[in-house]
Unconditional design. Sequence first.
Length: 82
Amino acid sequence: MRPSLILALLLASLPVFADNPDAGSAAKLAGASPAGAVTAERIMKADREPGNWLAHGRTYNEQRFSPLKWINRETVPRLGFA
């Protein structure tokens, strides 16, 4: 098979979340935008959504700092896989 045909078949098999009415329904219930709807405005207001990492560096200034308070020096040893 040609590589371009394989790629086309793979892409066709991926789910299309933008057309799925249920995509992001949990976010809608929580009053937030769906995860796939990352806009410049949401990135500029990233501190209003501390649990979401909206961009590569979390915000436009890319400080890569998490504002979450429940992971700190005392709780790090208790972290593990869920």
